[in-house]
Structure formats: structure tokens, C-alpha cells
Design a binder for this molecule. Structure first.
Ligand code: ZN
Length: 453
């Protein structure tokens, strides 16, 4: 494997802007960014030409289901997909593996399962579930980056949703630890109210699925979370924000100094309900993909920094569980696979808007790094940061074909979509791990613990 001393390009994305530069690397970290022609003599240099040199993506919302449901997705396949997509650090969600990551012992089992299988750096969120408040401190001290909870059923029996009273037991502990709580923000009430009304509607129609998860479920959950954030002075992060009707609530809360942040996902920004065919369960996720007007408002919220960043929510299942033949949205698994495709999906949509490479780095590198507390050494190309780097060609287009995908299952709503932006090479601590479809060496991504470098 080749350890580099420098990468140079006409387009290097630095915190100050995009310019021709040389990124100098030493002992796996960035030593400095110097002039384009300032090449270290007699050393290994990767010349990226006109391709973009950017910090590796940080994806804080990935479901790797190993151990326990490795047939859905495992560390080896997920992290290959990450490397091929320019993601150099990911944080795994605490559910869909068995055990769920709700105790320090479960975190240990996760780390053992991941050992020597990860092509990129992997960290872990813990989970808040009913009755595990007594486990949270030990789980955090064992290296979990923070905690995730659901306010509605999660889809798997071993990760129960939390009620307000469960949260009231957990939040003082999280406040004392200053650990972030990531929230799947939908409340059951509005969903149950609608369920009676649509009981006789066709479950194959996307319209029925969309109606079953009303925006009110999100706004009411976010209202409740803003209240609790204020009361307990905790850090709360809303995952996969789907309804733009919640945006004003978050904007106001932020203005008042409430410690709340939010993410959305590429699929909410790329697709809109009007173009989802009935029976197309490959596009099922919860909360659902909403209409075009909502889609446009999410882009605006991102631009105005009410939504802080974009992460994949890569949540695969075996293809049979997506019920593609029956096309029943209510029986299908609610999850979308996209870990490898986030960068080109976003860049493709950028071409319709006036967003730049700096927006991309903010929304997919620096922003998520902040949530995980990694912002001092990941998510930017600057002196002292880890040399986790992606090189990609923003002008090159391709069509998503199954053979390009490294995920365990080649099922994704982006299949056959033409996308712009081709990842060429990925570097982990200055070592090339991925080169135009080839993986180099053996997996040696770090298993990260909060607070450790
Ligand atoms: Zn998720």
C-alpha cells in the first residue's frame, strides 16, 4: 500500500475556499496546505489533475446490521460501499443488529464483530430504550458517541420506542454527560388517528403510504423535543427530517438558543412523491418522501442552515423484505440503501441550484463531524486534520448499475438513475484504499471511540 506525502489538484476544497493547492501529509495527518507547485521533492505525490480533492465524507447515520442481521448488511460490505462513495468515517446506528447497542456489553459485541472488517473508520451510537437509563453512562464511557431513540415503533422488536416518561428518565443523565440525543421524531398519535381513516385504502398506492405518516406526527414530536431540550438543557438532534412544516419550529428554537440540530437525507432532496409509482416500495422510508413543494423547502432550509447537514440513513434489508412483487407499502421494510451514492446524488441536484463545493463539504463532511464531536480532526482539509480524503470528478456522469454497488444487496431507488460526480480515489490517513473500482490492501479502518483520536 502506498503512503502518500502529498496530493495536489487544481481544485482543493479548504475551509477558506476552493483553489489549486498541494495537501502535504505526514504520519497520516495533514501537515499543511501549500501552493500548487510546492511539491516535496523525491516523495510520493498523487496528482489529481483537475479532479476535486475534498475531505472524506462523514456519514453519521448508517445501519450496519452485524452481528445478528448480517444478511441485511455487514461491516465488510457497508464499509466497502463507503470507501467507494468517498465516505471515510461513518457512525453506526444502535439498531437492527442483535444485540442492539443499548448496553456497554452490546457495544463490545459490535466492536468485536467489526474487528478487521472495516475499510473506513467506524464509530457507534448507543441507544435509549425503555428501561436502560441505568446503562447509559457506562455505554458512553465505553466510547459510544451519543444516543439514538425512537418515538414510534422502530421496525425491530429489540429496539423499543421511548415515551416521554422514558426520556424524562434518560435526559438528566445525558445532560450530565453532555451527550447528544438523536431522535426519530414522529409521534404515534397523529399516525394512529390517520390509520383509522385509511384502513380501507389501497396499500399499494404511494398516496396511501404518504397519508399514513402525516407531517403532524413530525411537528408534534419536534415540539415535544424542543420543550424537553429546553427543560433539561440537553443537545438534541433530529434525524432524517422529512416535513418542511417542522422547519419554522427548529428555526425559532435555534434562534432562542435551544441546543437543537437537524439533518435530512439525500432521498428527501432527490425524489418527490409525484414521481413515485404505486407499488414502488424500493422508495419506502419513514418518515416518507413528500411532495415537490416540500422538497424545495427542505433545500431552502438547508441553505439557511436550519437543517444542518445531509447523511444517508443507509438502512438496507434483504430484497424479499422490500415486498417488490406485492408492492405493499405497509408490509415492506422501510429503509433506503444509498451509502455509496450520497455524494453524486447531492452533486447531481446541485447542478439545478447555485450550490458549490464548499456547500457540499459543509453539509456532508464538516456538519456531520460536528454532531459526533469529530470536528477538530475530521471533515476538513486543514493542518492537523486526519488525511482522510476523497478525490472525485465533478464533470463525469454515470448510470447507477448493480455491478457498481458494493452494498450487500444491490437494491436502491437510484438504480438506473444518471448521476454526476464520480469518486476516483479514497485515502484513509494518507493511504490509498480505493482506486477507480479497486480496493487496495486489507481493511484497516479505525474503530473509533468518542474522545479518542
Ligand atoms: Zn435510520
Amino acid at each position: 500500500m502506498r503512503t502518500l506525502h502529498a496530493i495536489r489538484s487544481k481544485r482543493v476544497v479548504t475551509p477558506e475556499g476552493v483553489r489549486a493547492a498541494t495537501v502535504r501529509i505526514r504520519n497520516g495527518a495533514i501537515e499543511g496546505i501549500s501552493a500548487y507547485d510546492d511539491l516535496p521533492s523525491g516523495k510520493h505525490v498523487y496528482d489529481a489533475g483537475d479532479s476535486v480533492v475534498m475531505p472524506g465524507l462523514v456519514d453519521t447515520h448508517v445501519h450496519i446490521n452485524e452481528p445478528g442481521r448480517t444478511e441485511w448488511e455487514g461491516f465488510e460490505t457497508a464499509t466497502r460501499a463507503a470507501a467507494a462513495g468517498g465516505v471515510t468515517t461513518l457512525i453506526d446506528m444502535p439498531l437492527n443488529s442483535i444485540p442492539a447497542t443499548t448496553t456497554a456489553a452490546a457495544l463490545k459485541a459490535k466492536r468485536e464483530a467489526a474487528h478487521k472488517k472495516c475499510w473506513v473508520n467506524v464509530g457507534f451510537w448507543g441507544g435509549v430504550v425503555p428501561g436502560n437509563a441505568g446503562e447509559l453512562r457506562a455505554l458512553y464511557e465505553a466510547g459510544a458517541f451519543g444516543f439514538k431513540c425512537f418515538l414510534v415503533p422502530s421496525g425491530v422488536p429489540e429496539f423499543a420506542n421511548a415515551t416521554e416518561s422514558d426520556l424524562r428518565a434518560a435526559l438528566p443523565i445525558l445532560a450530565a454527560l453532555d451527550a447528544p440525543l438523536l431522535v426519530h421524531a414522529e409521534l404515534p398519535g397523529p399516525i394512529e388517528d390517520v390509520a383509522k381513516k385509511i384502513a380501507k385504502s389501497d396499500p399499494r398506492k404511494y398516496k396511501t403510504w404518504l397519508a399514513s405518516r402525516p407531517p403532524a406526527a413530525e411537528t408534534k414530536a419536534i415540539q415535544m423535543m424542543i420543550g424537553l431540550t429546553r427543560e433539561f438543557n440537553v443537545r438534541v438532534h433530529i434525524v432524517h427530517l422529512s416535513s418542511a412544516l417542522s422547519v419554522p419550529l427548529i428555526r425559532r428554537a435555534k434562534k432562542e438558543g435551544v441546543r437543537i440540530t437537524a439533518e435530512t437525507c439525500p432521498h428527501y432532496l432527490f425524489f418527490a412523491s409525484g414521481s413515485i409509482r404505486d407499488g414502488s416500495t424500493v422508495r419506502k422510508c419513514a418518515p416518507p418522501i413528500r411532495d415537490l413543494r416540500n422538497n424545495k423547502s427542505l433545500w431552502t432550509a438547508l441553505e439557511k442552515a436550519t437543517i444542518d447537514f445531509v447523511v444517508s440513513d443507509h438502512s438496507p434489508s434483504p430484497p424479499a423484505m422490500k415486498c417488490l412483487k406485492a408492492g405493499d407499502f405497509f408490509k415492506a421494510w422501510g429503509g433506503i440503501s444509498s451509502l455509496q451514492l450520497g455524494l453524486p446524488v447531492m452533486w447531481t441536484k446541485f447542478s439545478e441550484r447555485n450550490f458549490s463545493l464548499r456547500h457540499l463539504a459543509r453539509w456532508m463532511c464538516n456538519g456531520p463531524a460536528h454532531l459526533a464531536g469529530l470536528e477538530k480532526h475530521k471533515g476538513a482539509l486543514a493542518a492537523g486534520y486526519d488525511a482522510d480524503i476523497v478525490v472525485w470528478n465533478p464533470e463525469k456522469s454515470f448510470i447507477v448499475r448493480p455491478k457498481l454497488l458494493e452494498h450487500r444487496h444491490k437494491l436502491t431507488p437510484y438504480l438506473n438513475e444518471p448521476l454526476r460526480g464520480m469518486v476516483e480515489a479514497t485515502f484513509l490517513r494518507g493511504e490509498m484504499i480505493y482506486d477507480r473500482g479497486r480496493f487496495l490492501g486489507a481493511p484497516h479502518g479505525a474503530l473509533l471511540r468518542r474522545g479518542e483520536r
